[in-house]
Ligand binder design. Structure first.
Ligand code: F3S
Length: 652
């Protein structure tokens, strides 16, 4: 048989807060009073009594003394009297109940408030006592309906509906549809507390799988009563105040693979839940033992474990803050969450699953309560330390998850062991935030181990540098002329741009950026641009790579030689003028030179007096040098072609 405790069970936020405020006040004043039992659990109130926390039935019982208002809250009048009569009034009303007080007190005097809940419950009495308008308590939809049918409430008047924090959410869901449909002037405030809903949901989910549900809590606790009511819809359910009410009878007739579920109300302390769990465990074991043969009983009775023993344990239960384990002994083993793992962000279920066989070290044997406490992280740490030492020896890179940013660095967990990475070794720049690394998996090198102090220091920087160096070495081994890369422009200079192609930054000279003429590289690209580049040449010694961003398929020279030939007469645009001639663009990317001697049949000494940049001219192609991709143009040749033939005849 398997015992499972509902994830959400025991003290809720409001009860925990009330107990903390009360205990703090008791420490301050020595002796204090609570107006009524602090919570509906006599085990807790008995133990509080021993700490000087007494119960006052009336305010007058605490006259002149400090008084605590419990989590249920009280009416406005009672609160005022308490402040007037007592030496101090500590308000431990749960903030969720306080919220309902505010809603109710803010309703206009002419309107009405409907409180869905138990009219005898102190929380409901307190809520009603904050209303400044007519207030009605209804236990169910039938009573709301009756209010309208009797004329007490008119269908035309505004009303607010609030709900007792512990009300069954399933029932409320049914009612709310009915209310919205039939009483449209009612404004519904969903004030059911999530703690209650979650407990109810968890308990119901467990009850559906269980053969028996044990609901633990005070008999007068309304939320515990509701848990029992919900569980009883799905399986046999017993409502107990503590472990003393458990007996072997409960498991009579249950199959050996049955699940026994445990849940507890919001006012049940963790130690009572644990005691119920331990006792049920013993009952099951005793029952099983009775079915064992004598030899196995004898063997089991001899099995003992002692503090610091390393043992094998099987996980049989998972609670919010601990794993429950079987050791093959009479006692039940518990591994608290902080002894399961070094990772402060992990939940119990992240570390172990039911049925897992794990190694653990016994940290405490409590024979009087039949409980053994163990640590899994101690075993993991010892094993982890061995693995870490071996990795350092072999200069291996380890991986771990960053669990926290601390003063001066971050903590990484690897193989169950904490490793400190100083800020300077994280690779995060001074302006960066170490917190950004939390929850990330990082590679690191171990740089220092102090086994006695259990201290390991690592470096992410060393590991990433090693990876980068390896990438660079691989890059230089495999680089080839003509190889294509997708790179990112890192910086722009007057002579070209540097492009990150992975392991190194290569240079694309301005003339290699595009087939067209370029003034400045900035006219073509900007930092961060992604561009495709081709390796033109490289020097592994000097670690230099020359790149080109020109696409060979777009080479304008190829187009030029296909479309043009020597003696073609074409139009070209002057793009620059030099001492020895003028360059004219034939097509984008291909310029031809009109040498100074080819500008005119007359002698030209100052080119700028004859031609201007941007001017379109008729030229004749007089030479094409395909090897050097050069074109020679001539205006003079056209002039000569156009010269009158007669003149030549005359000369003859
Ligand atoms: Fe408050 Fe919800 Fe608990 S209303 S007292 S947190 S059940």
């Amino acid at each position: 048989m398997l015992i499972e405790i509902a994830d959400k069970s025991g003290f809720c936020f409001g009860v925990e807060r009330a107990i903390r405020l009360t205990e703090e006040a008791a420490e301050r004043y020595g002796e204090i009073y609570t107006l009524g039992p602090l919570i509906h659990n006599s085990i807790v109130t008995d133990s509080l009594e021993k700490k000087g926390i007494h119960i006052a039935d009336e305010i007058s019982d605490a006259a002149g003394k400090p008084l605590v208002i419990r989590s249920h809250g009280v009416t406005e009048d009672i609160e005022s009297s308490a402040r007037a009569v007592c030496s101090d009034c500590i308000d431990a009303t749960c903030p969720f109940v306080k919220k309902i007080h505010n809603i109710v007190s803010q309703q206009p005097e002419a309107s009405a408030v409907i409180i869905l809940g138990d009219e005898k419950h102190p929380e409901v009495i307190g809520i009603k006592g904050h209303a400044r308008c007519r207030a009605y308590v209804c236990a169910d939809i039938a009573q709301i309906k009756a209010l309208y049918e009797s004329g007490e409430l008119s269908y035309d008047e505004d009303a607010a509906l609030v709900i007792q924090t512990t009300f069954d959410r399933g029932r409320f869901a049914e009612y709310s549809q009915d209310i919205s449909k039939n009483y449209c002037r009612v404004k519904i405030y969903d004030t059911i507390c999530n703690a209650t809903t979650e407990r109810q949901k968890n308990a119901e989910e467990l009850a559906k799988r269980a053969a028996l549900m044990i609901v633990v809590g005070g008999k007068s606790s309304s939320n515990t009563g509701k848990l029992a009511e919900i569980c009883a819809r799905h399986c046999t359910t017993v409502f107990v105040q503590d472990a003393s009410q458990l007996s072997k009878q409960l498991i009579k007739g249950l199959r050996s693979d049955s699940i026994i579920g445990i849940t507890a109300g919001a006012s049940t302390p963790a130690y009572t839940i644990r005691e119920v769990h331990r006792t049920m465990d013993e009952i099951i074991k005793t029952n099983e033992n009775e079915e064992l043969d004598f030899a196995s009983m004898l063997e089991q009775s001899f099995r003992r474990v002692y503090t610091n023993n390393r043992v094998k344990a099987t996980v049989v239960g998972i609670n919010k803050n601990e794993a429950v384990v079987e050791l093959g002994t009479k006692q039940t083993g518990y591994i608290p969450l902080d002894e399961l793992t070094n990772d402060p962000n992990a939940a119990v279920s992240d570390v172990v699953s039911i049925g897992d066989e794990i190694d653990a070290i016994v940290t405490k044997v409590d024979d009087s309560n039949g409980v053994i406490f163990l640590s899994k992280k101690k075993v993991d740490s010892a094993l982890g330390m061995e693995k870490i030492a071996a990795s350092k020896e072999a200069n291996e890179t380890l991986e771990g998850v960053v669990t926290a940013a601390v003063k001066g660095g971050v903590i990484v967990i690897t193989n169950g062991t904490r490793v400190f990475i100083p800020a300077s070794q994280t690779g995060v720049p001074r302006s960066g935030k170490l917190e950004d690394l939390v929850k990330k998996t990082v590679p690191f090198k171990v740089i220092e181990i102090n086994e006695q102090r259990g201290r390991v220091v690592g470096s992410i920087r060393q590991a990433t540098k090693e990876v980068r160096d390896a990438e660079k070495a691989k890059f230089w081994e495999s680089i080839e002329v003509g190889q294509k890369f997708e790179g990112e422009v890192r910086s722009i200079e007057d002579y070209g741009v540097f492009v990150d192609i992975g392991a190194v930054d290569g240079l694309v000279r301005t003339s290699e950026l595009t087939w067209n003429r370029v003034g400045h590289p900035k006219d073509i690209v900007k930092e961060g641009d992604k561009i495709t580049v081709i390796v033109k040449s490289f020097d592994p010694e000097k670690k230099r790579v020359s790149l080109s961003a020109k696409d060979p398929n777009e080479n304008p020279w190829t187009k030029f030689v296909a479309d043009y030939a020597i003696d073609d007469v074409i139009k070209a645009t002057i793009v620059s003028i030099t001492e020895f001639g003028a360059f004219a663009q034939i097509i984008p990317g291909v310029d031809g030179l009109i040498h100074i001697s080819q500008i005119s049949t007359d002698r030209v000494t100052n080119i700028a007096s004859v031609l201007a940049v941007g001017q379109e001219v008729d030229v004749k192609i007089i030479d094409i040098d395909t090897e050097k991709s050069r074109v020679s143009l001539s205006i003079k040749a056209l002039m000569e072609d156009a010269a009158p033939v007669e003149e030549a005849s005359d000369a003859e």
